[in-house]
Design a protein. Structure first.
Length: 171
């Protein structure tokens, strides 16, 4: 899954994917990716992540807001109909705090991030792996390392085999 959208924006596509897997006798293999920033202090995490997360969103939206968009017909013909929906242009307008609250990005303490993962696992059957993006550009190197260390030491252990009933891999 793309690292920019909450489950509600992808639910119909995922339902279709799961239905097609069931129809054809295959197992869904969903890899959930989310931009993520952690700190032991929630306010610090929110402050540190603001610029790079907003830059990450804007950078991903830029082809659709800074350049002339290809024709809807051309995008549909090329199987890029998603880009005709306007969701990326709308994403660029969402305030930072709402990006966090509405689950576009994960920012907070290790407990906050573990809770977001739990919620995602509950609403999205078929997740085989969860991965995080800790440096999508514009973040200082030490913060990316801090993200990885906090995620590895304080979040991943909660999801090890035997720690819960469903066992997705965390990357």
């Amino acid at each position: 899954m793309p690292p920019l959208l909450p489950y509600v924006a992808l639910e119909k596509q995922l339902d279709l994917y799961r239905a097609k897997c069931a129809e054809h006798g295959t197992t869904p293999d969903i890899v959930w990716i989310h931009a993520c920033h952690l700190d032991d202090d929630r306010d610090t995490a929110f402050r540190e992540a603001r610029d790079w997360m907003v830059g990450f969103i804007k950078g991903n939206c830029s082809p659709l807001i800074e350049y002339e968009k290809p024709s809807t017909e051309g995008l549909l013909k090329a199987d890029y109909g998603f880009y005709t929906s306007g969701i990326m242009e709308q994403l660029n307008e969402i305030p930072y705090e709402q990006l966090i609250a509405d689950d576009y990005i994960w920012v907070g303490t290790p407990d906050d991030i573990a809770e977001r993962i739990e919620q995602t696992l509950e609403i999205c059957p078929g997740i085989a792996e969860i991965a995080i993006t800790v440096n999508a550009g514009g973040i200082e190197h030490w913060m990316a390392i801090k993200n990885q260390e906090l995620f590895a030491s304080r979040v991943i252990p909660r999801f090890r085999v035997g720690a819960r009933s469903a066992e997705p891999a965390l990357a």
